[in-house]
Every structure is written in C-alpha cells, then in structure tokens.
Design a protein around this ligand. Structure first.
Ligand code: AMP
Ligand code: MG
Length: 491
C-alpha cells in the first residue's frame, strides 16, 4: 500500500475556493513514467510499490489513503478576454505533502476526468500532451528554472476524442502550489472581499512568509510576486522558452512555470517566434512575454486594491501602479545579470546591455540557432571561432561584434578555459528540441514506446555537460522541418 502523508491546508483554509470531485476509474491503467527522483525528494514511501500499484494510484483507479480530491476555482483572462469562472476542468488536487526540504508541495492529477468546472470539456488528457508536460518540465528543472514537475504519467487504456482518437493519460503534477492570478480574479469579480483576504493571507503564508503580519503586506505581496515573475521571465527569455498561453490562470503566484500546453523552445532566434496554433495574433510571442507578464501582474494588482486600501481602494492605485511599473526595471536587471553570466563577464560595465542586445539582434538577422550560438560562444572565448561562425550564413557579419565582445571580455587575468567553462554552465547544449519532443511523443502515443522519451529525458537531465553519444540531442532540426512547427493546446 502506498502511503502518502497528505495535508489539506488549501481545503481547510479556503472553503469556497474549490468543489469536491472524484477521478474517473480508468479501465486498464499502465504506468508510462515514474519520477523516482522526485518521489524521493517528496519523501514518498514508494520504494516497495510495484508498477501495477503505482499505475493504479497515479491514474486515479485507487486513490491513496488520505487523498481529498478537489477542483480549485479560478477565473482568468484568456488571450485578453475575461472568463469569470474557469476552474480545474481537467485537474484535481489530491492534497499537499511536506517534502524533504520542508517545503509544502501540491500533488494533483491532470486528465483524470470531469469536475464541476469542466463545462463542455471531457476532463481528459491524451498521452502526447502529458508527456510533453513531463519532458518540458524536467528540462526546465534541469536548467534551474522554477517549474511544476511530473511525478507520474499513466496511460488510462481509454481513448480520448480530439481532432482524432488518441490514447488517454493522467499526469500527476507536483507544484509549489496551484495559486494563480486567476484565483484572485475569481473572488475579486464576485466582490468577495473576505475570501480575497483569506486567499492573500494564505498565499503569503505559503510563498512569502516573511511578509506575514507586515502592515503593508498586500502591497508587498504584489511586489514580491512581481519580483519572482521578473526573474522567471528573464530565465525563460534566455532559455529561448515560449510558454504559449500566458493567460492569467496560467501564471502561478509561487513563481513556478506552470501549464505546459503549447509551449516550446525556439531554434533560430527571432523575437516574433510563436508556436501555438491558437495564438493567431502573436499575443504570446517570444518577445512579448515580459510585457504580458506585466499585464497579468496588473490584473493581480486590481484584485488587491481593496486589500491594500480597504476604505478607499482607488487610493491604492498609485502604489500598485508603481509596483507594476517596477517590474520592467527588475526584469531588465535580471535579464542583464543572466546575460553577463552567459557572456562570460564577471563584472558590470556600462554598455553590457547593448552588447547583449546587439548579439541577439545579430542572431535574429542571421536566423541563427539561439541555443547553439550561446553555447559556441564559449568556444570562441577559447579562441575556437569555427563552430560559432559555421552557424552564420554570412560569418563576416559576426566579426565586428565578436571583436567588441572579446575586448570587453579582456581575458588577461583569467584563463580562457575557465571563462569558457563558466559560460557553459549558463548556456545549455541540450534543450527539448521540437523535433525530438515530437519524435518521442509520437513513439509513445502511437506505439506505446517510451524509449525515445526516456532517452531524451536522459539527455536533458544534465543540459550543461557535453556527453558522448548525445550529438543528435544537441542539433536543431533541418530548417524545413523547423519552419512550420506548430503546437496545440492538447485540450
Ligand atoms: P488551459 O488552457 O489548459 O490552461 O485550460 C484553460 C481552462 O480550460 C481551464 O479551466 C481548464 O481546466 C479547462 N480545460 C482544458 N481542457 C479541458 C478538458 N479537456 N476538459 C475540461 N476542461 C478543460
Ligand atoms: Mg491552465
């Protein structure tokens, strides 16, 4: 018997913020993936559990003792339009555990059947999108970018009907919490100020405990969430990660990346890159992500006004506005700090921002692979320019910038190998390339073959260290393959 020491602080502290629900019982669950490392981190006692038991528990067929399945309520701006009642339509929280580091983590199902919030949806998920969430989440984790993670993926043995019939799956998601901007919007729209305050206090206790009891804690909550988002989005941008559906219901107050729907990493660097088939206007394009994060934070700010200044919410507007405006500066600072690390710089100088921006402008103009360009820049620091130059259709265009950078780098006092090694710790070689992700998902979805997924995960587990035999995981797809790449929400 798998025992999990569940706690239920969300259910206990926030009645009215969820609906009880139950998972469907799948016909013939089969374990596709089990994240033993994450299970250990959570302190789960599953070492003696067999595959059949894990499959039963993490597909919803046999809930572990102490699980209390609830669907959380939330609203959300989707592509700019407000939906006052979304909620977990195909997800449910089982409960929380305190992990081995003392952190409270949610354990939730995704794809386990309809809930009171499902509207016309079936509450189900397909194998492909759940494995995409697994792969992208583990990649982000290994890159050091805060993220929710997959503990398990189980095939249900059922068919889910999308554009075509697909094999169904349940993903077990672990998150610092599932509190979102949309959770606050849900209560703000309803004018439930008491609930809003309870929610804000709960968020503070869980994610920003240093603010508990502070006089201006609701304003400081806004600033703190904004700070974490500034850092997170800066990390995404440097990784070339495009979330694809940055709706307010998909922005977590914990600062974790959440909801891996149509997300993808870009190959050739270009600010306008969009992969999602439903993002027709490029609202969530690569270069729009900081502005969208800020827009989402403004929506959070609106919900907090009555808490910041209960007697006269409008009087809180200037302070809240300042907090939101502060995001731009904080984002720039985080972005620049990370850019310096990637450029091999160990001090800060005027002009570094321009140097970094000019580099990316160059990559965009030449259609150069984002990941490899950064990675091979480390070789250039050691005097080997050929791999980098080979990425450029007209390598002469690279020369002036390279000279400028090498001058700034001034490797006189440092050994070139050390500079290069430091750079490689911030610019990965292995990212979840779209063609590799698709190949893995196809094999699993169409043939039940998890081999490609496991091999890809193995490469992504240590993205900064070049290893024998993994060359194909480092290379971009042929341009004609990468060209029309589209992702789908998988709903
Ligand atoms: P997402 O785009 O995945 O963030 O989902 C947006 C909203 O649609 C959330 O409220 C989801 O719970 C809901 N949703 C997505 N897919 C389904 C589905 N297959 N069945 C029911 N609800 C869904
Ligand atoms: Mg979502």
């Amino acid at each position: 018997m798998i025992r999990i020491a569940f706690d239920h602080s969300y259910a206990r502290d926030l009645p009215g913020a969820y609906e009880p629900t139950q998972p469907d019982t799948p016909l013939s669950p089969k374990l596709l993936y089990w994240n033993a490392a994450l299970a250990a981190e959570l302190g789960l006692d599953t070492a003696n559990a067999g595959e059949a038991e894990l499959a039963a528990v993490f597909s919803g067929a046999a809930l572990p003792d102490g699980a209390q399945t609830i669907a959380q309520a939330y609203a959300g701006h989707q592509f700019g339009g407000l939906s006052p009642a979304l909620g977990d339509g195909r997800a449910m929280l089982l409960g929380e555990v305190i992990d081995t580091a003392g952190q409270r983590r949610d354990i939730a199902f995704k794809g386990s059947g309809p809930t009171p919030f499902s509207r016309r949806g079936d509450g189900k998920a397909a194998v492909g999108p759940m494995l995409r969430e697994l792969i992208l989440g583990e990649a982000m984790q290994a890159l050091g970018i805060p993220t929710t993670r997959a503990l398990a993926v189980a095939a249900t043995g059922e068919t889910v009907h999308r554009e075509r019939p697909l094999p169904g799956a349940v993903l077990t998601r672990v998150a610092a919490s599932h509190l979102r901007v949309g959770t606050f919007q849900y209560f703000a729209i309803r004018g439930e100020r008491d609930m809003l305050q309870k929610l804000a206090d709960y968020t503070i206790a869980r994610h920003y405990p240093q603010l508990a009891g502070a006089d201006k804690r609701y304003l400081e909550l806004l600033q703190a969430v904004s700070e974490r988002q500034a850092e997170l989005i800066a990390r995404w941008m440097h990784a070339g990660f495009i979330h694809g559906v940055m709706n307010t219901d998909n922005m977590a107050l914990s600062g974790e990346t959440i909801d891996y729907g149509p997300c993808a990493f870009m190959d050739a660097h270009h600010p306008d890159t969009v992969f999602s088939s439903i993002d027709r206007n490029g609202r969530y394009a690569y270069s729009n992500q900081p502005a969208i994060a800020q827009w989402n934070l403004a929506r959070l700010a609106e919900t907090l006004l009555p808490l910041i200044a209960p007697d006269d919410p409008a009087s809180a507007v200037p302070a809240a506005t300042a907090a939101i405006e502060g995001f731009s500066e904080r984002y720039r600072e985080h972005w620049l700090a990370q850019a310096r690390l990637k450029l091999g710089l160990i001090d800060a100088k005027e002009g570094d921002m321009e140097l970094a921006e000019d580099w990316l402008t160059l990559l965009a103009a030449q259609g150069v692979d984002h990941t490899l360009a950064w990675r091979y820049l480390a070789d250039a620091a050691e005097g080997r320019r050929a791999p980098l130059a080979a990425l450029f259709p007209t390598p002469e265009e690279l020369e002036p910038w390279l000279l400028q950078w090498l001058t700034r780098l001034a490797i006189k006092t440092r050994r070139a190998v050390d500079v290069a090694a430091a750079m490689r710790r911030h610019s990965p070689l292995y990212i979840p390339r779209n063609h590799l992700v698709e190949e893995a998902l196809d094999a699993a979805s169409e043939r039940g073959d998890m081999d490609s997924t496991l091999k890809l995960l193995e490469a992504l587990r240590d993205p900064f260290t070049e290893r024998e035999g993994l060359q194909r995981y480092a290379l971009p797809a042929a341009p004609e393959v990468a060209e029309g790449y589209r992702t789908f929400c998988g709903t």
